[in-house]
Structures are given as structure tokens and as C-alpha cells.
Write a protein that binds this ligand. Sequence first.
Ligand code: KIV
Length: 271
Amino acid sequence: MSTEAQKPVRRITVPQLAARKGGDPIVSLTSYHAHTAAIVDKHADFILVGDSLGMVMHGMETTVGVPLDLMIMHGRAVVRGTRRALIVVDMPFGTYEESPNMAFRNAAKIMKETGCGAVKLEGGARMAETIHFLVERGIPVMAHTGLTPQSSHVMGGFKTQGRDDETWPAHEEDARAVSEAGAFAVVLEGMVEPLAAKITKQIDIPTIGIGASVECDGQILVLEDMLGLNARPPKFVKVYGDLLNQIETAVESYADDVRARKFPTDDQIYR
Ligand code: KIV
């Protein structure tokens, strides 16, 4: 007989997450490494290995240059570091837009090589056929509409969506299309509150907001932004930590100690 403590931890599944529509808010953060993912795992329902890692970790200007292999490497690390949360890995730009077949090949590669539970891709109505194709073939898809960073060159930057009422029908149609195509949830990024609220009421799958108000069914933030590691976080980010200053102070203290021959001390060396 196994005791409570011995029971294997079960990962949150895609149907469990989808069933949270209209229920308790869904908690999510990004993570790109095994060690931060292990911490986030205790508190989040799903962890996104976002292609924002290109900008956050690799100093890229946009997410457009992120290669598939990089997503797979970070995805694998996050799966290794976690036991509980559903892990979703972003499909990077250029790996899914061309055709449903191409999307399937790359999504299957991500799932096989990382062990993640789902993939995320950007785009609304124009991606509906691909989403349907993937879901029919066993790949759970989280959609991402509103501000879609991979299209920032077309959009003219990272702009809040829905400020002009005339654009609302297109955004509503995007969310409806991905929901009907079989996506199990949709990220609404950078969207005015009344539009996010309207979409959340209109569709059957959970909406996950990032800069899209509390009206969504859940929230996601980039971990480094909320930890205070980004000197210029987006306006919508609530910063819960002060990591930038803490790291700065720690590194400075270490450098001072080394220069003053205060490190390593006697009890820190092998004899
Ligand atoms: O890449 C990413 O981190 C994302 C989130 C911002 C939703 O797509």
C-alpha cells in the first residue's frame, strides 16, 4: 500500500485545464530553465516555455530569430525540472505558418523531444485550419491572439490591441475561430479590458491574459519581468521581486571579496 507521500504526482492535463473555463483563475508563468521551473511548478497550473526566451535570455531584439532547436533544449530542461504543471512549449516563427503538414512535423518533434504536454502558436482565424489539423492528430494546441509578437514587424511594434472599436470584430472572430478549431485555451496579449472581457464571455475555452485585464480566465507573465530582473518591464507587469538589484549587490560583494582576498576563506577550501 502506498502512503500519501509516496503517491506519484500527476501532471495537470489539458482537459483539466480546459475545464477551468469560468472557474478558479488559472495561474501561469513562463520559465526557461530546470531550476526556476522547479519553483514555479509548485504554484502554477501551466508553465509556458515561451519564445520570449530569445529576448529575455539570448538578447534578441524580437522573437522572430528564435530557432526550433533552442525551444526544444529549453523545453526539455523545464520538463526535467517539473512534476506537476502542464508544460506548454511555443512553436517559434517560421515553424508552423506555411502549412498544416509543416506545423504537424515540428509540433510532433517538440512534443517527442521535450516531453511537453502541448504546444502554443500565434495567430487567430488564419491558423484555424492548422490548429484543427494538429488537434485531430493528437497535438493539444494553445492559441495566442491579440498582440502577437512574432508578427511585430507587420503590426509596427508591440502595440495594445482593440483601442479602436472598429478592430474588435476581427479580434472576436480570431478567438472564436481558434476555439472552434479545437484549441484548449487562448492567450490574449496586450488587449484593452472591455474587448478581453467580451471575448472571454463569448468563447468556450479559457482565456489567459497578459496585459489583457483581470477579466480573463487566467493570467500569465514572463517570470523575469515579475521577478524584477527586467530593468524596463512592460507597463502591465506587477513586479513582485527585486532580483536585478539583488544580483547586482551579490556580484559586487563577491568581486570585492575576491579583490580583498577575503574569498575563499579557510573553511571554503579543500585541504
Ligand atoms: O513567449 C512568451 O513568453 C509568450 C507569453 C508572453 C504569453 O508568448
